[in-house]
Write a protein that binds this ligand. Sequence first.
Ligand code: SAH
Ligand code: SF4
Length: 319
Amino acid sequence: MTDLAKDFRAGLQQDAVILPPAVLQDHVSADGTRKWLFDVGNGNAIETVFIPETDRGTLCVSSQAGCTVACPFCSTGRQGFNRNLTTAEIVGQLWWARHELQQPVTNVVMMGMGEPLLNYDQLVPALQLMLDDDAYGLSRRKVTVSTSGVVPMMDRLARDCPVALAVSLHAPTDALRDVLVPLNKKYPLKDLMAAIRRYSAPAPRDFITFEYVMLDAVNDSLEHARALVRLVKTEEISCKFNLIPFNPFPNSGYRKSPWSKVRAFADLLTQEGFVTTIRKTRGDDIDAACGQLAGDIQDRTRITQKLKSVPIVEKGATS
Ligand code: SAH
Ligand code: SF4
């Protein structure tokens, strides 16, 4: 970059490094879903998933290695917390996907491993790059942050970078949500709903999406659906629902709701006037479906072998 001042270039050379993400695995599912496993050091790995559809391509991006929220039905939550990803590691997932894929990434969802709003300081600059016309130029509506409900950070996000928001609700009452999303004990439903109202306040901002994982005999009865309707109507929340079929993993202790119950739950919400979708499960043959991402690397010899074959641009290189 000879158009930059010499001193500045010397500073850059000293302080910065150009390094592509280190890929450990690259899987393609029978349905075209693609999953990469990236090494993030110290035996930790994170996963990124690309979901191709006819009219768009969605990249599911990770924000942390592991997660402290520890939702019991989530494979990431079960593995504990390792560390926050840096801004470079977050945006690097998009960088890599864009270079590898034949089709464009039109949407980004922060629905990979980790709780994005518990890594706020690294997340926001990454989101800003995704939106910046000089970087990835995605529109605000096509970048979604999914949160388990970190109330103070939702307010900050509304001010700093108001992208689309999805909230992992999963239960209509505090008693049940305390178990399914333990962060609820800190930020109970009343506070969460108030934060959502504040986030949606400057109309015509888009509706909030509520994600609701369907767990057999836990949260999937019509009584739960009615309680959900009462909750969002009382709190006057403009929202839509996305029901997620539970993706089982070994020793999860939970079961998938039967399809008839998912259907009945969705029908009740629709009859009550809420736009309700049932998420299609994609890539489950390569463990790329929602909540299956574990980034679990036990065999460290395999990491070392794989890493040797990944081209790394050394510190100070100018490519
Ligand atoms: N931490 C953030 C974003 C990542 S998880 C959050 O919780 O919102 C993305 C979605 O997948 C969340 O709604 C999460 O609750 C859901 N999920 C987690 N484990 C799942 C599983 N085993 N089956 C189906 N959905 C799951
Ligand atoms: Fe963390 Fe989200 Fe998994 Fe809960 S569902 S443990 S918040 S990644």
